[in-house]
Design a protein around this ligand. Structure first.
Ligand code: 6GU
Length: 241
């Protein structure tokens, strides 16, 4: 019984951008192991005319070009059997966060539509009820790097990609707090001592120190996260303090 694994399907004008950095490190190893699979489809193969046109001028005028709805619809039809939500990468989308990454990882896969030029005709996005996702408040030249980012966030959550289940639990955005600062040997580096408590062997005291450290760093670095944490609206939705 060969398990298919988590199935990523990517529709793009630049299939050569995949797997890209996901061919290395943890993601690359798990790809080779079959924990997840990656299929890319070149949107241009769904162009209908001899010039292989995929885009046209924006209706109403304006700069740039828009991917044609018929071409994108044909590409989506081709992968109709692929599992998971249809995701259109766009800076107008829902910001990617850890709960969304976890939700995707719990499914069987996802189909990613990467736009280039100014974007994609909205009618095909709406007709296919695509989930629109952004990776942050800045503009990339296309959805490919965003799809790679979403995939990296998802793949590392798949069972068997990271050894210890616990290596997720205490991570930033799982607890709603940033991680505490980290230290390793030597305890005295260039005359700078690592916090003494970390070498004490008192596991309870170390855990308490790390929690306080995480709170302090979150408060100062990310007041937005800190307010959400205080209001108990962190990812795990538990009331805090
Ligand atoms: Cl998903 N696409 C593009 N082109 N730019 C972005 C983005 C996505 N998310 C943030 N910036």
């Amino acid at each position: 019984m060969a398990e298919a694994g988590w199935q990523a399907t990517v529709l793009t004008l630049f299939p050569e951008m995949f797997p890209g950095p996901l061919g290395a490190s943890l993601a690359g190893k798990s790809l080779k192991e079959g924990i997840w699979s990656l299929k890319t489809l070149d949107i241009r193969q769904f162009a209908r005319d001899k010039h292989r046109t995929v885009d046209d001028v924006p209706l109403g005028g304006g700069v740039g070009m828009v991917l044609k709805p018929d071409v994108v619809a044909a590409a989506l039809d081709e992968v109709s059997a692929a599992p998971g939500p249809r995701i259109y990468l766009t800076p107008r989308g829902r910001p990617l966060d850890q709960p969304l990454a976890r939700q995707l990882a719990e499914g069987d896969g996802a189909v990613f539509l990467c736009g280039r030029y100014e974007g994609v005709d909205q009618r095909v996005i709406d007709a296919a009820q695509m989930l629109e996702v952004s990776i942050g408040d800045y503009i990339l030249s296309g959805g490919e790097m965003a799809a790679l980012t979403v995939l990296d966030a998802v793949v590392r959550l798949l069972p068997g990609v990271i050894g210890k289940e616990e290596s997720h639990r205490e991570e930033s955005f799982e607890t709603g707090l940033l991680e505490p600062s980290l230290y390793t040997h030597p305890r005295n580096w260039n005359g700078i001592e690592a916090p003494e408590i970390l070498a004490s062997g008192h596991h309870q005291k170390i855990a308490e120190w790390r929690l306080e450290e995480a709170k302090k760093e979150t408060r100062t670095r990310r007041p937005d996260l800190w307010q959400r944490y205080l209001q108990g609206q962190g990812p795990d939705n538990k009331a805090k303090e």
